[in-house]
Ligand binder design. Structure first.
Ligand code: HEC
Length: 400
């Protein structure tokens, strides 16, 4: 059965509805350079789009009542992703529906913009398990390319009063001054909001500003929503992309006050560079389902008290004891879920509410290392772990 599913997947058939895992994306090799390409460049006609699903990230909750209300019971979103590569660069296009065009306006902190990010696993000396999906983890770095939609703004004090600094009524007298002023404002305006970060876990994100990562991203809004593109080098100090490239995609919705962790996010998805030797083990890991029995897994999970600490479904009461698992099946790989059960401290989700709920910290510091407060389940037999993993993979929001 699994073999049939795998070969269906490799044919690229749209059977993702029945499957938790996403099909691999093919990055098509092009001979023309990808330098300077835009969302509407003709070269994209070579690309093959695949559908992926982005799930609301619900591992941690922000201290923002209104935003939490807006995103309560948020649904998953579909996105179309395609990739191209030349000898030097890889380019990705992500298309997703969004009913309103929300732009970052100046530095106002009360409005939020739409945006997207592409996360790559950072290069490490040794082969490693994939980094944690939320900004990497200790020893497993990620590189995150973030692009926010913004309007051309120049507001040194954030009061939107630059226009009031000149008299617009008397164009006859001040016509030239007005034109000079507008040109000056335009030249000072921020026209792009593109950032690159490296991270090894929550709150460890460091912006890379020294130009050591060569990349370019942009977003255009059209009748079907946003198209975002990112072009970056295949190789630099931080990544070394060849064969099979795992990426994860996130999108933010400004109208839902989305920012930081309030986003929709995919699991790690395999992009195969067409014509190069693929990482078969990784492709299998990322594109096939857990072999466990989900209904046995649900029973085992309850018997082991997992739901005593974790919220499993939106209908269950929220818990401050541990991250909500209600979307964990959407954005986690089976390997990550397995590791979470067997080695809770390998990757630690720190929790945002440490101050508000210091009676239930999610980790303790021991010799500077974060040790999870989760029970160690390494005694569970392999079959039971697989069953629990299969059940966890079913925990995810419906698609909107
Ligand atoms: C004593 C409370 C407790 C129990 C019982 C517990 N967990 Fe956890 N779990 C936590 C805490 C706290 C975290 C966050 C810290 C960390 O990442 O280890 C966590 C993290 C996780 C994560 C990672 C979540 C994410 O968003 O990445 C998974 C998956 C998980 N637990 C599954 C389970 C399963 C399955 C069981 C039962 C076999 C279980 N937990 C039992 C407290 C608990």
């Amino acid at each position: 059965m699994n073999k049939i599913l795998t070969s269906l997947l490799s044919l690229g058939l749209a059977c993702s509805a029945a499957l938790a895992a996403e099909a691999a994306i093919t990055a098509v090799k092009v001979t023309d350079s990808l330098d300077g390409i835009k969302a509407d460049s003709a070269i994209w006609s070579n690309a093959k789009f695949s559908t992926i699903t982005l799930y609301p990230q619900t591992a941690i909750e922000m201290n923002d009542k209104k935003a939490n209300e807006l995103t309560e019971n948020a649904k998953a979103k579909k996105a179309q992703v395609a990739a191209l590569y030349d000898g030097k660069n890889i380019a990705l296009m992500v298309k997703w529906a969004d009913g309103s065009k929300d732009l970052q306006s100046g530095y106002a902190s009360t409005t939020y913009s739409d945006g997207f990010a592409v996360q790559f696993a950072g290069a490490t000396a040794k082969p490693q398990p994939l980094p944690y999906i939320g900004m990497g983890s200790v020893g497993r770095p990620v590189v995150v390319h973030l692009q926010k939609a913004n309007e051309k703004v120049y507001e040194p004090n954030g009061n939107k009063d630059v226009g009031n600094q000149i008299n617009r009524q008397q164009t006859g007298v001040f016509g030239q001054e007005l034109a000079d002023f507008d040109a000056k404002v335009a030249s000072l305006a921020v026209t792009d909001y593109e950032r690159i970060f490296v991270g090894e876990g929550f709150r460890s994100l460091t912006e890379v500003k020294d130009g050591s990562i060569k990349s370019n991203s942009s977003m255009v809004y059209g009748a079907n929503g946003w198209s975002g593109i990112l072009t970056r080098s295949l190789k630099d100090d931080y990544v070394n992309l060849s064969g099979t490239v795992p990426v994860s995609i996130a999108v933010w919705d400004g109208s839902k006050m989305g920012r930081n962790g309030l986003k929709n996010l995919s699991s790690w998805i395999a992009i195969n560079l067409d014509g190069q030797k693929q990482n078969a083990a990784m492709v299998t890991d990322l594109t096939t389902d857990s072999k466990g029995d989900a209904s046995k897994g649900k029973a085992a999970l309850e018997a082991n008290g997992c739901n005593g600490c974790h919220q499993m479904n939106a209908a269950d009461p929220k818990s401050f004891m541990a991250p909500s698992l209600k979307n964990v099946g959407g954005y986690s790989t089976a390997a990550y879920l397995r590791e979470s059960i067997l080695k809770p401290s390998a990757v630690v989700v720190p929790g945002y509410n440490r101050n508000a709920h210091s009676n239930t910290p999610w980790y303790n510091l021991e010799k500077g290392k974060r040790i999870s407060t989760m029970t160690d389940y390494s005694h569970l037999d392999k079959a039971t772990v697989e069953d629990i993993v299969a059940y966890l993979k079913t925990l995810k929001a419906e698609v909107e």
